[in-house]
Design a protein around this ligand. Sequence first.
Ligand SMILES: C[S@@+](CC[C@H](N)C(=O)[O-])C[C@H]1O[C@@H](n2cnc3c(N)ncnc32)[C@H](O)[C@@H]1O
Length: 233
Amino acid sequence: MPILLKEVVPLGRTLREYELMFALTEADRTKKILGCGDGPASFNAEWTARGGSVISVDPIYEFSGPQIRERFDAVIDDIIANVEATQDRWVWGFQQNPQGLRANRVAAMDRFLADYEAGQSERRYQVAELPTLPFINGAFDLALCSHLLFLYSHLLSIEFHLASLLELYRVAKEVRIFPLLDMVGNKSEHLDPLRLALEQEGIETVVENVDYEFQKGGNQMLRASYEKTRQTD
Ligand SMILES: C[S@@+](CC[C@H](N)C(=O)[O-])C[C@H]1O[C@@H](n2cnc3c(N)ncnc32)[C@H](O)[C@@H]1O
């Protein structure tokens, strides 16, 4: 289904945030990574610059850089104002304060846009969307999905979540999802039923604490890997 840019909030995170959210390690550096729903995160640009291998998919990549920037400029003031009005819902560690948050989001957008055209011609940014991805089975070592699944639980059904997890697990040997909270900061209603449904499919998942917390209580990721699943066979 085609998306309308006015329906999307194109906010992106930096490589440092991805490292913390997904507990990326030295061993992950040589992996073939899929960034699902990366939007205007600077993860792809920065990871590639370090010699890493990553393909990002997102429906917003059908739009041009200036169009994505225009949408970002149209929403960022309201988002920062909203965060300022609800300061007790956030942990001011990494982001420091609302202006620090804005600076991080602007830095990610600038870095993304500087890389976007080159990345498109290298097929590092591809238009695609869950729950169906245009990759063969096991094409990636690791799939990362930040601030899409669970966060939008009010819009995305349990069926969508299950189909998406199975699809990510089809194309990658390991899947990591962050955060596990919904938009208002509660544990996603889909988390437990989804884990149960995956278990019934023979896929073991683990919830792990990570060193990143911006939404209060949002310091956990979900990991599903062939290795873990095999260990429990
Ligand atoms: C809040 S942004 C997160 C961007 C990035 N992952 C980050 O954490 O910085 C959510 C992204 O999910 C993308 N998105 C929405 N529906 C999607 C789908 N069905 N499959 C993949 N990405 C989707 C949006 O276009 C948007 O870029």
